[in-house]
Write a protein that binds this ligand. Sequence first.
Ligand code: CP3
Length: 323
Amino acid sequence: MRQAGRYLPEYRKLREKYSMLGMVRNPELAAEVTMQPLRRFDLDAAIIFADILLPLPLIGVDFSFIEGVGPRIHNPLRDPRDAERLREGDPEEELRFVAEAITLVREKLDPDRALIGFAGAPFTLASYIIEGGHSRNYLETKAFMYSFPDRWNMLMEVLTRVTIRYLKMQVNAGAQAIQLFDSWVGALSPGDYKHYARPFTSRIFSSLTACSVPLIHFGTGTSGFLGEMRSAGGTVQSVDWRIPLGKAWEIIGFDSAIQGNMDPLAMMAPVEVLKRKVEEVLEQAGTRDGHIFNLGHGFLPQTPVENVEFVVDLVHELTSGSR
Ligand code: CP3
């Protein structure tokens, strides 16, 4: 997650010349940025340099990234009637640059490293579209969802259809696993998750099953409805640090794979603490198969590069031979 992010000096160097979206839309540059962390660290997988917001213009919602602020939606959806006017663009046409970048990375990437493609899940995308940017309490999103359930369904429906086409395109271009980011779904109660979000996420996963690639279902703050998340689908459930990994795995079921769950802020800790944090996660995973070591959420730009190297190497050292 955000491996390439701003904590890498070589990424920041490119960013002095190009904008984030300028790099994403240029397949050569996007491939280069995707490869940057793989050159430095012994990672098992790369994630394509793109963003979950890229499909928004396909439904008629425009956005940009504002330096120091984050994503800004230019025309947030507040009037429920606007949900009827959403368009449905073709990812093969309008997001072809992502497919091209994926194909380029596959040519460069060591064959025993996997390339992960991704998209945002409908709830998380809808929260950006309605709030206009990042939100603390999702007031507008929930007000919309509760007050205009049919328009909510229309919005979620079009996001679901575009996302399915977008992800199939990524698999066809060479993505060997897919991660669906429902980053902000933890804002919902378990009941609201089942009612307002799960039916759509579930359709995305069931439509991708035939693609035969591992499907990683990502969320944060989801400790209260891990079972419901699993029932939405995905081969791997990703959990954050707010629950011990072993406990989360028990709820999800040991017949499912799991990803997680170090606190990204622990990456700032002195090495002795960092070592303890890594060991804790691995102890929780035990000797079972099917654990992907990861952070519970993305890296912060302030993360010291040497700490990333330390963690990646330590995980390999502690798991070699045993799993
Ligand atoms: O590691 C990578 O760089 C892989 C590509 C990637 C990006 N965004 C690039 C990016 C991935 C997998 C994402 C996912 C993403 N984007 C999510 C889901 C994961 C999560 O963190 O929950 C979300 C919610 C977004 C939306 C988004 N994009 C935000 C909130 C921001 C601002 C970031 C911040 O911390 O201020 C972005 C911009 C963005 N996307 C950057 C990168 C590398 C930073 C761009 C820059 O300023 O150079």
